[in-house]
Design a protein. Structure first.
Length: 456
């Protein structure tokens, strides 16, 4: 089987090398010449366990080649997999330009009898309405001479090679024949089980539904945690208790949601629902709540310190996931902006990024091991393993006063034993102080009656 994988980034290249390991002859296609050169040299800029080793084996065996000429690769391929990114515009609309460009290249070279499968997450209806017409413009009759299917990528970075053959591939085709062809291909060359759905749109919807499910559940955890904080409770232990009934599965609250998936893909459905006048208020509310978390948590820090103007605040973590060098939509950017808006001197550290890399993102860098700049407050944005051993005691001696643990990573008692104040997501700041100022429902009614007087 000759296969082209178009878009060989952090998801596309793992798929390409996996297919090569299963016996396919693979073209790794990318419009970026630097990406192609790095693949040809066996040194891709991808931090995914197992990929470099499998790439080396595929190159040595002659089963994988890289090119910027997608049309030529498509001309020699029986199957073309497209996994170029779809991003979000400032207006929260899907930017499909990468997919459309790739489709034009494929249309120029695709041969009769080929199968084109899109894996990029897109708004429902995109494949049929936006991409199929581009393929058809190449001259082949789509549905007869060219089969088209959609099968969303559903694995997680850093775990791709572990789950590629275990995570079921959802497949929906332009017609039954396309569905059958794509399903057979994935079973044979990916080794994964398949779940066939009726249409392209159904398969597109499955991916969005899965991402929105997670976003809504994170928002629920964050909102319940906010309530628990206000009522003087620690939500973490109480969520664990609630989850013991076998039907509840509350997630942990946090300081924000990052990545190229969860903060992005819900907008694909939200915008389409708005145009069609379909109520998607739960989805949009969840997205808003999660977007507001960095600001809300930063405000808590400001209240604890009596203001942030002039305060030195160290942010721990630029990557949005623990031990992963990925910063797309990282909460660190929002935290930094919120701190600076309040006049704080905010600086970012991440063990996976150099100071120059942090600076390239418009952020100031700092080093916890250096005395050149010492924070008065810490904000843990990412629970990198290395932060487990961070010497908070040494930082305490150098003016550190407050720790905002945005991931509930550290033991609150251990932090407070060092003489530091601890703020945790979903944990009341001062239980006794809060209860002293709490107004019960009965108190509120009595106060209202008194203030309104006998005439209301």
């Amino acid at each position: 089987m000759n296969v082209s994988v178009v878009g060989v980034g952090k998801m596309g290249l793992p798929i390409a090398v996996w297919l090569a390991s299963r016996g396919a002859s693979v073209w790794a296609c990318d419009k970026n010449p630097q990406v192609v050169k790095a693949i040809e040299a066996g040194r891709p800029d991808i931090d995914e366990p197992g990929v470099v080793e499998m790439l080396g084996e595929a190159l040595q065996a002659g089963r994988l080649r890289a090119t910027t000429d997608t049309a030529a690769a498509a001309a020699g391929s029986e199957v073309v997999i497209v996994i170029t990114p779809a991003v979000l515009t400032d207006a929260h609309e899907a930017d499909l330009s990468n997919l459309e460009d790739a489709s034009r290249d494929i249309a120029r070279g695709a041969r009769a009898g080929a199968l084109v499968v899109y894996e990029t997450t897109v708004p429902v209806g995109t494949t049929r309405q936006r991409l199929v017409p581009i393929l058809a413009a190449g001259g082949l009759t789509v549905g007869e001479e060219l089969s088209v299917a959609y099968s969303p990528e559903r694995v997680k970075s850093r775990f791709v090679m572990r789950h590629l053959d275990a995570t079921p591939k959802v497949v929906g085709g332009l017609d039954a024949r396309a569905t059958e062809r794509a399903s057979a291909f994935y079973r044979d060359y990916l080794g994964a089980p398949t779940v066939e759905v009726e249409t392209l749109e159904a398969a597109e919807f499955v991916k969005l539904a899965g991402m929105i499910y997670r976003d809504v559940n994170i928002a629920l955890a964050n909102q319940l945690a906010t309530y628990a904080e206000a009522r003087g409770m620690d939500s973490i232990a109480l969520f664990d208790a609630a989850n013991t009934d076998g039907e509840c599965a509350l997630l942990s609250p946090g300081i924000g949601v990052g990545g190229h998936c969860t903060p992005v893909y819900p907008h694909f459905l939200i915008r389409d629902a708005e145009r069609r006048r379909i109520d998607a208020s739960l989805v949009s509310t969840a997205r808003r709540l999660n977007d507001e978390q960095p600001e809300r948590m930063t405000a808590r820090l400001g209240r604890r310190l009596g203001g942030l103007d002039g305060t030195r605040v160290g942010i721990l973590g630029l990557g949005f996931r623990p031990d992963v060098k990925e910063h797309i939509c990282s909460p660190a950017f929002q935290i930094d902006a919120a701190l600076r808006a309040r006049g704080a001197d905010a600086r970012v550290h991440d063990p996976l990024y150099s100071e120059a890399e942090i600076g390239a993102h418009g952020l100031a860098a700092w080093d916890p091991a250096s005395d050149a700049w010492c924070p008065e407050a810490l904000v843990l944005a990412t629970s990198h393993t290395s932060y487990r051993g961070l010497d908070l005691g040494a930082l305490r001696k150098n003016d550190l006063r407050v720790v905002l643990d945005g991931r509930r990573f550290w033991d609150p008692d251990a932090v407070e034993a060092l003489g530091l104040e601890y703020i945790g997501a979903g944990r009341a700041d001062q239980v006794l102080e809060h209860r002293a100022h709490e107004v019960t429902a009965d108190d509120a009614l009595e106060q209202t009656a008194t203030s309104n007087g006998p005439d209301g």
